[in-house]
Design a protein around this ligand. Structure first.
Ligand SMILES: Nc1nc2c(ncn2[C@@H]2O[C@H](COP(=O)(O)OP(=O)(O)OP(=O)(O)O)[C@@H](O)[C@H]2O)c(=O)[nH]1
Ligand SMILES: [Mg+2]
Length: 456
């Protein structure tokens, strides 16, 4: 498949819709479209100004049959999505008008685009880097305010800039090493403002900060695991149902009602979370319940945020203390439930955020929702403060970058030759380059763009 070809594809989803958009991109885009399009006002779109919309009809050049009534926009390179000439045809959004028009475009010389090929061209033509290209798909897939914001930040270049700044640090360290500047161990100031090892150490910290954002990336894609735990009968399942606003989990007055882990996805204040209800934690001889408790403990391990539920209408119980111990190392919120009943629970000696709620009356639930969303977006626990997050691919390359920088540090520590250090630094730079696409292989491009939708 040549990158010189003019390509076309339906860019809107398959099915019936008010309009359907066909996008054409490439050197001959305008010429090819002109063969099918008859402007109502007359004239010729080959002479049209850029970024103008024209009303008219798609005509089959073979037999002169009118295929559809359309709006057609002409956008001339380079100020376009692909940096090539682009024509977009707004047809009626049904299968027949769209496919007939696409077939006519094919016959006139525009080949069918592969998935992501328009965005791939934007990358190849230098309009965006690979990280930004990936953000386009994240944007399309975003289901919450938070993921939308993160995708936009990444598309704008927020993450690319961070990676670039690490690259620049490494380039300047490498330049120093190659020029034979011996960053002295004793406190003589060097251009980078410290010893070689200090400079490498700083780079390592920046790489680690990027790596830490991976958890936030997983939260954006899958939702944060918010796991409700507590001893039996405190109202865990009631809390799950209240947050979901539906009767999902079985609630009874019998302790030990929930035996298994139950999970539902939910949008809380623009953040995707997975609400997970668990079996009450206690010592028991019941085999099924024992297995349930085991699963509850495992669910605490996997939780991004643990919600420890206490029953506020009875004094604190040994079982509660056990639960508080189990979640003590986690990001956690303590929920004191049954606030509609007289409070009998004493002071709770735990530094975690606390909130009193009543699943029966709904009191305090909004506060709890805010706390959950705030923990994910605001307090930095999940490195969300920058808005962007690395994905799996970035994480793999960053881990390799990190390993190479660490090797350079070791080599420097052993006082070995600068050539060896330079080798590791170049390796680190290669991996960073793969992330933004400064260096890439066909294989990498294929893997990224094959995941795209047709027409993007
Ligand atoms: N008054 C009052 N009762 C509540 C409240 N929340 C839950 N309950 C009651 O507490 C009992 C236990 O509720 P569940 O939600 O099943 O408790 P659980 O923690 O899931 O219990 P297990 O699944 O057995 O561990 C039920 O009778 C609920 O109706 C509340 O806010 N106020
Ligand atoms: Mg339950």
């Amino acid at each position: 498949m040549s990158e010189q070809d003019t390509i076309c594809a339906v860019s809107t989803p398959v099915g019936e819709g008010g309009i359907g958009i066909i996008r054409v991109s490439g050197r001959e885009a305008i010429e090819i479209a002109a063969r099918l399009f008859r402007p109502k006002q007359g004239g010729d779109i080959r002479a049209a100004k850029s970024h103008r919309i024209h009303y008219g009809h798609i005509i089959d050049p073979e037999d002169g049959e009118m295929v559809d009534e359309v709006l057609l926009s002409v956008m001339r390179a380079p100020a376009t999505y692909t940096r090539e000439d682009v024509v977009e045809v707004n047809c009626h959004g049904g299968l027949a008008p769209l496919w007939r028009t696409v077939r006519l475009l094919n016959a006139a010389g525009a080949r069918q685009a592969e998935p992501g090929e328009f965005t791939k061209r934007a990358f190849m033509n230098g309009r965006i880097d690979l990280v930004q290209a990936e953000a386009v798909m994240d944007l399309i897939r975003a289901r919450t305010e938070l993921s939308l914001r993160a995708a936009n930040e990444q598309l704008k270049g927020g993450l690319s800039q961070r990676i670039d700044s690490v690259r620049e640090q490494l380039v300047s360290i490498l330049a120093g090493v190659e020029a034979g500047i011996d960053f002295p161990e004793e406190d003589i100031e060097t251009p980078s403002g410290g010893t070689l090892r200090d400079a490498l150490q700083r780079t390592l910290e920046d790489v680690d900060q990027l790596l830490r954002s991976h958890t936030f990336g997983r939260i954006l894609r899958e939702g944060a695991a918010v796991t409700i735990v507590g001893r039996p009968n405190v109202g865990k399942s009631s809390l799950m149902n209240a947050l979901l606003r539906q009767d999902r989990a079985i609630v009874t007055a019998i302790p030990g009602t929930t035996r298994d882990v139950i999970e539902e996805s939910l949008n809380i204040a623009g953040v995707m979370v997975r609400i997970i209800d668990t079996a009450g934690i206690r010592e028991t001889h019941d085999m099924v319940e024992t297995e349930g408790v085991k699963r509850s403990l495992a669910a605490i391990e996997d939780a991004d945020i643990a919600i420890a539920v206490l029953d506020g209408s009875v004094p604190l119980h040994d079982g509660d203390n056990r639960v508080l111990r189990e979640v003590s190392g986690k990001n956690r919120i303590i929920v004191i439930n049954k606030a509609d009943l007289p409070r009998r629970i004493g002071p709770i000696n735990d530094k975690a955020q606390k909130v009193e709620v009543s699943c029966a009356s709904g009191v305090g639930l909004d506060m709890l929702r805010e706390m959950i969303a705030g923990m994910i977006t605001k307090d930095g626990t999940f490195a969300a403060e920058h808005g962007w997050a690395v994905n799996e691919r970035h994480q793999r390359e960053l881990a390799l970058t990190r390993a190479a920088v660490e090797r350079a540090l070791e080599t420097a520590g052993m006082g070995l030759s600068p050539e060896l250090i330079a080798l590791d630094l170049r390796d680190a730079l290669d991996h960073l380059g793969m992330i933004i696409g400064a260096t890439y292989t066909d294989d990498i491009l294929e893997r990224i763009f094959n995941d795209f939708c047709i027409g993007k």
